[in-house]
Every structure is written in structure tokens, then in C-alpha cells.
Design a protein around this ligand. Structure first.
Ligand code: DGJ
Length: 553
């Protein structure tokens, strides 16, 4: 790929990667709090924190209300200032277009959109009501006021797409050569709360009309990748007919997904026609809730086939992960072959291990803790509520240590060319205490349990996390194979054991273990490990080791 081609999603070793200036780029990112990027002045200290954490990119909201305060009159001075700040620090940006949707509401629509209820209709979750109470939880008796723009609003999608296209035009003009901006998220956590679908007269009429034939046919021919509930609904429905006839009990949600995804695609398409950066759509997960409990129609895994059909201009569907089932969500969002891109995750003590794990195991395109400037600070009750966090695991309540994240982040940032080159190959692997516990021994005796290992063919790296010598469970370990007898290991709170993987040369001896650091991409060895430090290869602090060894008969 040419040096100056536009950032794009490409493939390396069959694996999807974000290509920037001809090379895979790993977004070691952080997402700022919603209001921070409205002020470049305020952002100065946030950029400083990002640098301390080893980040190479920030995810920054750019809001419809600020860029088009009056219809047709655009102001891109804030995103321009943000791009300049990023360039000064050799950082990249993924902009987040807060347009018609923000967390299933329409708070970032400009005043002229909000005030014109006729031209820009609101979603009705109760017939005839523009704003109404929605039950937040079965255990909370009070209803929260709720409103959002309708996904059927023809003028709304037109106006949103026009504004987005103007924004992409500005990016092309101002950044089309430098490529400081590498991705754009279209809208934020789309979907409808309080009901599985809109119930206006228009929505009811559409819902009672035939399902578009091409969509019905697509769904029937893509049942192999579907989640069970949707597959059952599709297979037991009619081939054509109304939404209920074709999709049975899943009809409401599929109707919402169809219209939401088409809306988002129309916006993305208008932007891509001007400047085709990689575009993403993020998701408030369903957390096993019923439609309406979570933003319904948004890209939760079970409706990915709908989004694939209706939103071809969206390159990656992304989970915002605040739930403890981190690995399950990553597996679900990658099993159809798409790139992993995590625009939001919590800042608890799994934040740094998950960074190592997603780079080393999933070869992620982006990993980005939300409100990263809170790393190191205890959670407030409000954060717990906003993040919807399950705090049954104490490690989820413990804030991520700032220094640990920063050390690991900086190591990965320095190693990026090596890591990116190994994306899509099994030369790069990772394990974590959270997702790869020891396999319990039937006797129940803890030290007989089997720790997980990474298999590199000629050698294996076995990693023990929580054990009698290491009380922490939030360790992680990434290993990059260089040759058959050499590797890099980045890890924390874990113990390593290297063994030969070759039947003909079953023994392995260490030759050298260097602990050190990288400066401007150059390896600076510090301590030469041997003796106690290699008898028990404990990584007690975030570190990178360069290990050489040989195998013999
Ligand atoms: C998810 C949203 O996408 C973010 O913008 C933010 O509101 C967080 N939730 C939590 O506050």
C-alpha cells in the first residue's frame, strides 16, 4: 500500500488490520470523557495523561451541535485544534460522530433539530408521545424520562448525513495527506430504549407491511453465523410476508435493527463518498436483557447479520465492554471474522492486562479504556452506575494502577512495528489470569493444577498467574516469537516456564534473559537475569524481557 493512501481496513495473514500509511497500526488508545474534547484548552492535560499511559491514539467526540450550530453553517475549529494537538505529540485520532444518537438518546442534536419536532420526529415508544417514562429496571419503581429521534425520520437522516459529509470534507481537506485521523465512529450507541420498536402510526404501518424481499432472503441465507434465537426465528418464519410472519418473536428487534442500521449507513455513506476513512459503529451490549432494556436496534451481536446487510459502509461493529465477561464478548465480536475494536472499556484493574491480552491474543485493531484519565482513581458510585459494572469480583472494583498501565502501554507502543508485523500469525500470543485460569487438578491440590501455555512450535511458554507465590489474578503475559530460539515477553504478575516443543530435542536451556526497555524503538538492556531470577521466572512488575535459549537431545 502506498505511503500516502487513505487509512483503510486491510488484511494481513488473513486477519483484518487497520492500515495507516502502508503499515498495520494498532490503536493503543483511550477514549476521553464526553465533554472534554469540546475544549482544546482543557484537552492539553488529557493529552499529557495519554502520553504517560503510552497511548498512541485518542478517541474524541466531535458533536453535531457544535459543528453545525445553525443549519448549514459549519464550524470545524475545534476538531482542527484537536488534530493540531495530536500532531504535536505524534498521536492519532479516531473521531466519534455524536450525531442523531448518543447512548440511545439525541442529546447532541443541534437546537434547530431538537426544536423542530415536525421535521425531525421523535421516536414513539408510547403511541403519540414525544417523550415518555421508561422503566429502567424491574426493581426500580420510578420511570426515567426518555426521548430520542425516530429512526424513520427522513429529514433527520438527510440532515445528519449532510452534516457528517461536511465534517468528512473538512477532514479530507485538513488531514487528507497527514492521516492524523485514522478512524471515524458513526453515531454513538445507537438503538431504542424502553421498547423493542417504535410504535408511531408510521412505524406500525411499516411493521404490518411486507419485509423487503432482499432482506428476508439475506437473512435466510445467513443462518449459519446467527445466534440461536434469531436463527430459530428466521427458520420458523415464512419466506415472505409481514415482519411478524417472517421473523416471529424476533420481528420487533429486527425491525428496529433494520431501520437503525440503514439510518447509520446513509450517514456513513454520505461521509465515505467525500473521504472514505474506516468507519465503525459502537454498541451498548444487551447483557442478556430483554429488547427495550438495552438500546434495541443497535449492533448487539444477535443482529450483526442485519447490520452486515443494511450497513455495508460500516467497517467494524464494536463492543463497549463494561461487563465482566470480557473474553466472551471479544469472542462473540470476532467469530464472524471482523476486526476487534474496543472503543470503550472500564478502568478497573483488568484494564492493563486486557490491553496486553487483546493485542497478543486477538491482534486487536483498537483497545481503549473510557475516561482513561480516571485510571488510578477509585470508582465513584456514579461511574459504577454509568458503566453498569458488575462488582462481584473485587478486581473489578480496584482501580487500574496508573504506573503499571503506563509502563505496559509504553512498551507496547515502542514495540508496535514488531507486534504489528506479527498480526495474523501465531508468532504473537497472550494469556491472562482473568481469562486463562489454571486447569484444576482432580485431587484439588492447588500446586498440581495445570497452568495455561502458549505453543510456538519449537517451544512453549507456560504461565502461572494466581498461585501461592503470586496472590494477584490480574496478571497477563504476551509473547512474541522472533526465531525458533528467541522471543520477547511482556508481562506482569505472572511466572514463566519455557520448555522445548520439539520431540527430537526435548530439552531447553536458557542462554540469556535480559530485562530492559525500549527507547526510540531501540532495545536498551538493563539487568541480565540469572540465578534466582531465572530459577523462578517471576514477572513481579510490568516488564519486557528478551529471552534466548536453545534446545537439545
Ligand atoms: C457509554 C457511552 O458510549 C459513553 O459515551 C459514555 O457515556 C459511557 N457509556 C459512560 O459514561
Amino acid at each position: 500500500m502506498a505511503e500516502h493512501s487513505i487509512p483503510a481496513i486491510g488484511k494481513q495473514n488473513g486477519h483484518p488490520v487497520l492500515m495507516v500509511d502502508g503499515k498495520p497500526f494498532i490503536m493503543l488508545a483511550g477514549e476521553v470523557h464526553n465533554s472534554d474534547s469540546s475544549s482544546p484548552e482543557y484537552m492539553e492535560k488529557i493529552w499529557d495523561i495519554a502520553e504517560e499511559l503510552g497511548m498512541n491514539a485518542l478517541l474524541l467526540p466531535v458533536t453535531w451541535e457544535l459543528v453545525e450550530p445553525e443549519e448549514g453553517s459549519f464550524d470545524f475549529s475545534v476538531p482542527e485544534a484537536l488534530i493540531r494537538q495530536a500532531r504535536e505529540r505524534d498521536m492519532r485520532i479516531g473521531f466519534l460522530w455524536f450525531g442523531s444518537w448518543k447512548n440511545a438518546e439525541c442529546m447532541y442534536a443541534p437546537a434547530w433539530v431538537k426544536q423542530d419536532l415536525k421535521r425531525f420526529p421523535r421516536a414513539q415508544i408510547e403511541k403519540g408521545k414525544n417523550k415518555t417514562g421508561r422503566q429502567v429496571s424491574p426493581t426500580i419503581p420510578v420511570k426515567m424520562p426518555y426521548t430520542t429521534l425516530s429512526y424513520l425520520g427522513k429529514e433527520t437522516v438527510k440532515a445528519d448525513a449532510k452534516a457528517f459529509a461536511a465534517f468528512m470534507g473538512f477532514l479530507k481537506e485538513f488531514d487528507g495527506e497527514a492521516h492524523t485521523v485514522v478512524t471515524v465512529q458513526v453515531e454513538n450507541e445507537t438503538g431504542l430504549l424502553g421498547a423493542a420498536r417504535e410504535v408511531s402510526d408510521e412505524a406500525d404501518a411499516l411493521f404490518a407491511s411486507p419485509v423487503p424481499a432482499d432482506f428476508a432472503a439475506y437473512m435466510r441465507s445467513h443462518t449459519d453465523t446467527m445466534t440461536d434465537g434469531i436463527r430459530d426465528a428466521v427458520l420458523s418464519g415464512k419466506e415472505s410476508g409481514t415482519w411478524t410472519e417472517v421473523f416471529g418473536g424476533a420481528a420487533d428487534e429486527l425491525f428496529s435493527a433494520y431501520h437503525t442500521a440503514r439510518f447509520v449507513n446513509t450517514v456513513a455513506e454520505a461521509g465515505k463518498a467525500v473521504y472514505p476513512l474506516p468507519m465503525t459503529a459502537n454498541c451498548w451490549l444487551d447483557k442478556d436483557g430483554a429488547p427495550g432494556d438495552y438500546p434495541t436496534g443497535g449492533p448487539v451481536s444477535k443482529v450483526h447479520e442485519v447490520w452486515q446487510f443494511c450497513a455495508p459502509c460500516i467497517d467494524v461493529l464494536c463492543p463497549d465492554i463494561y461487563v465482566p465477561q470480557f473474553k466472551e464478548v471479544c469472542d462473540e465480536y470476532t467469530r464472524r471474522g471482523g476486526a476487534l475494536c474496543i472503543p470503550e472499556c472500564a478502568t478497573h484493574s483488568y484494564a492493563a492486562p486486557r490491553l496486553l491480552y487483546t493485542v497478543g491474543h486477538y491482534h486487536t485493531m483498537c483497545y481503549s479504556p473510557f475516561g482513561f484519565d480516571d485510571i488510578g482513581k477509585p470508582f465513584t458510585a456514579v461511574q459504577g452506575f454509568l458503566f453498569g459494572m458488575d462488582v462481584t469480583d473485587p478486581a473489578l472494583k480496584t482501580p487500574q494502577d496508573f504506573g503499571e498501565y503506563g509502563t505496559l502501554g509504553k512498551i507496547l507502543r515502542e514495540m508496535m512495528p514488531m507486534l504489528a508485523e506479527a498480526y495474523g500469525s501465531d508468532r504473537l500470543q497472550a494469556l491472562s489470569g482473568e481469562t486463562d485460569p489454571m486447569t484444576e487438578h482432580p485431587s484439588g491440590i492447588p500446586f498440581l493444577a495445570t497452568p495455561p501455555s502458549m505453543d510456538f512450535g519449537s517451544f512453549t511458554v507456560t504461565v502461572t498467574f494466581k498461585n501461592m507465590m503470586n496472590p494477584r489474578n490480574d496478571g497477563a503475559c504476551l509473547c512474541l516469537k522472533v526465531t525458533e530460539e528467541e522471543c520477547w515477553v511482556v508481562g506482569n504478575a505472572c511466572r514463566l516456564d519455557l520448555r522445548s516443543g520439539r520431540a527430537d530435542r526435548p530439552n531447553l536451556d536458557l542462554l540469556s534473559v535480559e530485562e530492559g526497555t525500549f527507547e526510540n524503538g531501540k532495545w536498551i538492556p538493563r539487568r541480565r537475569f540469572n540465578g534466582d531470577e531465572t530459577a523462578q521466572m517471576m514477572m513481579n512488575a510490568p516488564s519486557v524481557w528478551h529471552i534466548r535459549f536453545f534446545t537439545y537431545e
